[in-house]
Design a protein around this ligand. Structure first.
Ligand code: KIV
Ligand code: ZN
Length: 567
């Protein structure tokens, strides 16, 4: 029954045509060991931004953009970079020539070039890499059951022959290149590995190894792509553990992974793949790549970092990485992109803000440098952010958020009763929707407590010596249209000013609390005075004064408090 006591009818929700699809058949591996493994060191990273990433762009990168991306990748510390598919694209060919001819490949960095298993493409690719010191020749052909049947109409034997003949060709070119000073490492990808029968994947990789003749010192790279992600990451890990167990001469191969993200688990698949024994990971910055993208190397590396593992990439200037990536790919990085999005270290909710504040206070003094702050998996400072950005205010935020903004952006620490009084002002403002930026909160604060509309305005004042240690204050106060001269004597300037207000203006003034401190350092330092007065009914009124001069700030706070009383 619903509120009107009517029977609730079942909504008629239409069905998706799920019968059209079949569940992915997992490999049988009941004695799998990978779930007990723990990732404890960074893999060999290989960026494919300039190839897979570039291939997937609406507007492929211009030569300048490629160069910009290339320099960023070098700066981040990539030692292996797939720089293009030179036989398929003249721009890629020219780019490879440019970085070789202009000596732009630093020592210790190896460029990688992709090539299909076809004779003329292999020759052209080898032409592109002449003159480089180290090259990974990335040879691939599809091995999947479906593609063999639908696309190539080839038997297993024919596909193996295609791969081995291509390998022999690469080997012949590599021998020639070697004599000219170019070391070639072969990377072989059975493309669509995850959709290939596992025994066939092993068979073809083994056949390629037989031709290439890798050694323990000169390993081949076997790259096992989930060209289209088709199953949960644990199934990929099972496939990898199965492959590694069955591959003859495993010690002569580097097992590399190249995941895509069709099911949204490209990073997870690569992580479980590492647990299953892989050595190397291909991927891109923020996961740019075909369709839903590649494994996001930033997320994967930062995940390791957050576990206390050296990621062996430098990601400390995340905003700049985002900027270069957006500029080169023309794809915006999402505000919730792990570790890099604008909102990923931000709490709007009051309870989260409070926990972060307490956690931060504790981490500064009590955890021996170990990061333990609720809701923040890492210290934003480590990626070039700041603690300030963790708290932002909207209608979900409480007083804690407001206090945080005033403290961290303006150095103002409000006494709790004043904060309680200010909080509804902010709550009301935030009901208009959206975020309240620090400047808006600050303006609301000064409107409410500093520049208070009311009967009195301080025009000017003078302090004179009084009898003994006492002080005299003469001031001019605008009261409506009139300027009134007031004068009083007291033990200090504030006492004297209050005495003047009481005696001349007949304004009862009972100060019960007074705080004053400096807001910032140096000659531009501003003083803040926060004053509390009570009226005859013991009602409290707060006023705040701001000035470079502490006496002016104090007098301002008194006028503000009195004006608020009359408001
Ligand atoms: O996704 C893929 O399979 C590829 C290969 C060329 C390695 O990009
Ligand atoms: Zn790919």
């Amino acid at each position: 029954m619903n509120a009107e006591n009517q029977p609730v009818t079942t909504a008629s929700v239409r069905k998706m045509p799920f019968e059209k699809y079949r569940a992915f058949k997992p490999v049988s591996l009941p004695d799998r060991t990978w779930p007990d493994q723990v990732i404890s060191k960074a893999p060999r990273w290989c960026s494919v931004d300039l190839r897979d990433g570039n291939q997937a762009l609406i507007e492929p990168m211009t030569p300048d953009e490629k160069l910009k991306m290339y320099h960023l990748l070098l700066e981040l510390g990539f030692k292996e970079i797939e720089v293009g598919f030179p036989a398929a694209s003249q721009t890629d060919f020219d780019f490879v020539r440019l970085i070789i001819e202009h000596n732009m490949i630093p020592d210790g960095v190896t460029i990688q070039v992709l090539c299909q298993a076809r004779e003329e493409l292999i020759a052209r690719t080898c032409e592109a890499v002449q003159g480089a010191r180290h090259v990974i020749f990335h040879l691939y052909n599809s091995t999947s059951t479906l593609q063999r049947k639908v696309v190539f109409n080839m038997s297993r034997e024919q596909v193996v022959a295609m791969a081995t003949e291509a390998t022999a060709l690469v080997k012949a070119h590599a021998d020639r290149l070697q004599q000219q000073g170019t070391q070639v490492i072969l990377e072989y990808s059975p493309e669509s590995y995850t959709a290939t029968e596992m025994d066939f994947a092993v068979e073809i990789c083994d056949a390629v190894m037989q031709v290439w003749q890798p050694t323990v010192a000169n390993k081949i790279i076997l790259n096992l792509p989930s060209t289209v992600e088709m199953a949960t990451p644990n199934i990929y890990a099972d496939q990898l553990e199965w492959f590694i167990r069955h591959l003859p001469e495993r010690d002569k191969a580097v097992i590399s992974l190249h995941t895509h993200n069709d099911r949204g688990t490209g990073v997870a698949a690569s992580e479980l793949g590492l647990m299953a024994g892989a050595d190397r990971i291909e991927g891109t910055l923020f996961g740019n790549g075909e369709r839903t993208g590649n494994c996001d190397l930033i997320t994967m590396a930062m995940n390791m970092f957050s576990q206390g593992i050296d990621p062996e990439l430098y990601l400390g200037e995340m905003a700049r990485i985002v900027e270069v990536s957006e500029c080169c790919t023309k794809i915006p990085v999402h505000v919730r992109q792990p570790y890099a999005g604008e909102l990923v270290f931000t709490a709007f909710s009051g309870s989260h803000q409070d926990a972060i504040r307490k956690g931060m206070a504790r981490v500064e003094t009590q955890t021996g440098g170990v990061w333990e702050v609720p809701y923040l998996p890492i210290d934003p400072v480590d990626v070039g952010g700041s603690y300030r950005e963790t708290v932002r205010v909207n209608s979900q935020s409480g007083k804690g958020g407001v206090a945080f903004i005033l403290e961290n952006y303006y150095g103002v620490s409000l006494p709790r009763p004043l904060l309680l009084e200010f909080s509804p002002v902010i709550q009301k403002l935030s009901e208009g929707g959206g975020e309240l930026k620090p400047a808006v909160i600050w303006k609301a604060f000064t409107d409410e407590f500093v520049d208070v509309e009311g009967p009195y305005k301080l025009v000017e004042y003078r302090l004179l010596g009084g009898s003994g240690l006492r002080q005299v204050c003469e001031a001019q106060i605008a009261v409506g249209e009139n300027i009134i001269d007031i004068a009083g004597e007291g033990s200090g300037p504030i006492d004297a000013f209050i005495a003047a207000m009481i005696s001349t203006l007949n304004e009862p003034l009972n100060v019960v609390d007074y705080q004053e401190y400096s807001l910032n350092e140096g000659s531009e330092a501003q003083a803040i005075c926060i004053i509390t007065i009570v009226d005859e009914q013991q009602q409290r009124f707060y006023g705040v004064g701001l000035s470079q001069n502490t006496t002016t700030a104090a007098f301002g706070s008194i006028i503000a408090a009195v004006n608020r009383k009359w408001r």
